[in-house]
Design a protein around this ligand. Structure first.
Ligand code: OXD
Length: 309
């Protein structure tokens, strides 16, 4: 099979080398090969430009080399092509570590002590809640979100979840749906969004949502930046000094130098690194999927085009 690789990763050369080693029985092309793109069977991509995609007239499958597929759904006419996305256990473990680190910084008031240190202030002790006293609300309970929720729950936190569709009753934590969203928001001390970028999730966390959150609370966004209305968040923090946000994803990445988030002391910024793409582990995943596809000549899409994820 002919595979085409395209990525906008800073370390894409290393990724490609590992990919070539693993897929040694198949030819992997890149833009440098200047080949007729109508001969490509499988595209393994991250942020492929649409003009290249349009030339792949005989594509049989698209593999996202990351967890998200929004970069694929932006391409014109992917409708009937199955899409595979990376479901890497090391990625969800890293996501969990990141979420836990941000919960602990909030819970132990470490940002306040950090600020005091910069001003050489020996601060009086402040109450720090125990795990059992904090409710962590997780929005987006897919492959990553569900894992994060279960791991956090094992540490003794109260965990609740929010899901738009397919709410099942047999989970080890309570799941809220659209009709009970307000209850979910009002109870949570920390809200973790792992939502993808779809037309339904755009600006889901806006001023109306933020106003329902507890005055002292933390919003963690590790899904997609478009889910949070950035201007609404800045305004919300202006009037709620005990409200914190930890953001790994943004509307525009890299975050522009003049963006107000950089200088807001209640906001923690990480540059889309909550979980790095582990080359070996994600390439193993893609390879297993590819081998099955080659054998069966068909593959089930991981994406429901109707819902956009
Ligand atoms: C993502 C990724 O989808 O980094 O954000 O894989």
């Amino acid at each position: 099979m002919n595979i085409f690789f395209y990525a906008t990763y800073s370390n894409q050369k290393e990724f490609l080398n590992t990919l070539r080693k693993k897929f040694k029985n198949d030819k992997i092309y890149t833009v440098d090969d200047n080949i007729d793109l109508s001969k490509i069977d499988v595209a393994m991509i991250w942020n492929l430009p649409n003009d290249l995609f349009k030339k792949m007239l005989n594509l049989k499958a698209i593999f996202s080399i990351g967890a998200g597929v929004d970069h694929i759904l932006k391409l014109t006419d992917v409708k009937n092509i199955p899409i595979v996305r990376v479901k890497d256990p090391t990625m969800r473990l890293r996501m969990y570590n990141h979420v836990l680190s941000q919960i602990l910084i909030f819970q132990l008031k470490l940002k306040i002590y950090d600020e005091a240190q910069r001003k050489k202030i020996w601060m009086n002790e402040r109450y720090t809640p125990l795990n059992i006293e904090l409710t962590i609300g997780i929005i987006g309970l897919g492959y990553i979100g569900n894992f994060v929720a279960l791991k956090i729950k094992k540490l003794g936190y109260e965990v609740i979840g929010f899901k738009r569709k397919n709410v099942s009753k047999n989970t080890s934590f309570k799941i809220y749906d659209k009709s009970s969203l307000n209850k979910f928001i009002k109870q949570s001390d920390v809200i973790v969004s792992i939502l993808p970028d779809t037309k339904n999730t755009k600006n889901f966390i806006n001023s109306k949502f933020l106003k329902k959150m507890k005055k002292t609370s933390l919003l963690i966004n590790i899904g997609r930046g478009s889910v949070v209305n950035e201007l609404d968040l800045i305004n919300h923090i202006k009037y709620n000094p005990n409200f914190y946000a930890s953001l790994d994803v943004f509307n525009n990445e890299p975050l522009e130098k003049k963006h107000k988030f950089w200088v807001n002391k209640n906001i923690t910024i990480t540059p889309h690194v909550a979980a790095i793409t582990d080359h070996d582990s994600s390439i193993n995943y893609l390879h297993n999927k590819f081998i099955t596809f080659k054998k069966n000549k068909k593959i089930k899409s991981d994406v429901d085009i109707k819902f956009g994820y």
